[in-house]
Design a protein around this ligand. Structure first.
Ligand code: GDP
Ligand code: IMO
Ligand code: MG
Length: 438
């Protein structure tokens, strides 16, 4: 089997993917992002220093590893250049360890304006986006009027395409009384001047990855957001605009499905969500507040408080199926350390009937009643523990329970933000397949 794997968020994002990619990256040669954009905020703590990566795959922090941004990503050139500068200033050499797909679509200044107008127009029904221009850039990609990284190689046609797109946007904006871009030529010129600086990183990513895989190199595909934010499989319309689930790894990089060895899902030991949309196991009031404070659940990108709740087994089972998960990584177990009892949502009911499928409709998901099983807490610190046998028996029982409920083995448990605050589960087939430390 190919020694490549997709790492995907099981929930609504912020599961701790950055930390887990960093912990796994030692076993891989290349880490490739396949979707999303600077809406992602992946936190990695290395030797006590905190990095928040939005576009560059977390693998960049490991010397010698190559970081690849696939064609499925929407790229804000300014954001990428700023991120390169920030990590270089922190002493991480980027150089030719970063490659960007020449087929990736660009985020232009008008995309952010368009998003602001769309969110304002939705009023109370807003999605609560990250305001990074993600949705409008993907809209233009589907509408076949997007600009791609490779367009930067052709200054004249780039300017023409960009001005044509801008004229169209201005027509719509004027029609709805929105903000019109007054000086299109200037906007295009300014964008061009900074955007062309990403050209040295431009690569045919499909060709690069497949060649490297032919030579036996191992690739870790890093998902952003999470399965429940996936455009097709998530809680539509309260989703992001890309294929965050594992299938996106193939279309988002140009690597065929047969080359993907396995898929590992990252889930918190509880659940969080930022932005609007249904969240069946959400807890309000003091209980939710305690999870938020203990888990420091504030958005890495927008600083917004994250909504908090209990582990949602029906959602995890759904995610396991959609992604064909071979293994689960459970993060932030330590956040539950002080609780006497820990509820786990095990079933959804609607009008007294058990639901056997995760509902397609946001209205139905918003109306489900959750049946909980309550597990005893362990009331002991698990922070920083590194072996399964050191875990309190009730913590082991909790992990066993959520693994059984999800129908997927647990391969790794995270007990803190640091690289080494990690427990590898010795009996896990996935751990032995990837020759991970035991
Ligand atoms: P991502 O978007 O999936 O990469 O997750 P974020 O970085 O947005 O949010 C996860 C947060 O939890 C970050 O602040 C991490 O440093 C932190 N974190 C990750 N794993 C653990 C853990 O096991 N314990 C604790 N206490 N914090 C963790
Ligand atoms: P990482 O990779 C959590 C959410 C937004 C909003 C919805 C759509 O750090 O897990 P968008 O700006 O993408 O159009 O917003 O998706 N969202 C995330 N929530 N983690 C993320 O990324 C997210 N990226 C987008 O809050 O509800
Ligand atoms: Mg995040």
């Amino acid at each position: 089997m190919e020694k490549s794997a997709v790492l995907v968020g099981v929930q609504w994002g912020d599961e701790g993917k950055g930390k887990v990619v960093d912990a796994l990256a030692e076993q891989f040669d290349i880490v490739a992002r396949y979707q999303g954009g600077a809406n992602a905020g992946h936190t990695v703590v290395v030797d006590g220093r905190k990095f928040i990566l939005q576009l560059i795959p977390s693998g960049i922090l490991r010397p010698g590893k190559v970081a690849v941004i696939g064609n499925g990503v929407v790229l804000d050139p300014e954001a990428l250049l700023d991120e390169i500068k920030t990590i270089e200033n922190a002493g991480v050499e980027v150089g030719d360890r970063l490659r960007v797909s020449n087929r990736s679509h660009l985020i232009l200044p008008y995309h952010r304006l368009q998003e602001q107008a769309a969110e304002a127009a939705r009023g109370a029904g807003k999605i609560g986006t990250t305001a990074k221009g993600i949705g409008p850039s993907y809209e233009d990609k589907s509408a076949r009027r997007g600009l791609r990284c490779s367009d930067l190689e052709h200054p004249e046609s780039f300017r023409r395409k960009c001005l044509e797109a801008l004229a169209e946007k201005n027509l719509y904006a004027a029609a709805i009384g929105g903000e019109v871009i007054a000086d299109p030529e200037l906007v295009v010129e300014k964008f061009w001047c900074s955007a062309r600086r990403i050209l040295p990183y431009a690569t045919d990513v499909s060709s690069y990855l497949n060649q490297e895989m032919d030579r036996g190199k191992a690739v870790l595909f890093e998902g952003a957001q999470g399965t429940l934010l996936d455009l097709d499989h998530g809680t539509y319309p309260y989703v992001t605009s890309s294929s965050a689930a594992a299938g996106g790894a193939c279309t988002g990089t140009g690597v065929g499905p047969g080359r993907i060895g396995s898929v590992v899902g990252v889930s918190k030991a509880y659940t969080t969500r930022v932005g609007s949309g249904p969240f069946p196991t959400e807890v309000h009031g003091d209980e939710g507040g305690q999870l938020r404070e203990r888990g420091n659940e504030y958005g890495a990108v927008t600083g917004r408080p994250r909504r908090c709740g209990w582990f949602d087994a029906p959602a995890a089972r759904y995610s396991a199926r959609v992604n064909h998960l071979a293994a689960l990584v459970i993060t932030k177990l330590d956040i539950l350390d002080e609780l006497d009892e820990i509820p786990v949502g095990v079933e959804y009911e609607i009008e007294g009937r058990t639901l056997h499928e995760f509902p397609a409709s946001a209205e139905t998901l918003g109306a489900v009643k959750v049946r909980y099983e309550v597990l005893p807490g362990w009331r002991r610190s698990t922070f920083g523990l590194r072996s399964h046998s050191e875990l309190p028996p009730n913590a082991r029982a909790y992990l066993h329970f959520i693994s059984e409920q999800a129908g997927v083995e647990v391969a790794m448990v995270s007990t803190g933000p640091g690289r080494d605050q990690t427990i590898w589960i010795e009996s896990s087939r996935w751990v032995s397949q990837f020759a991970l430390p035991k």
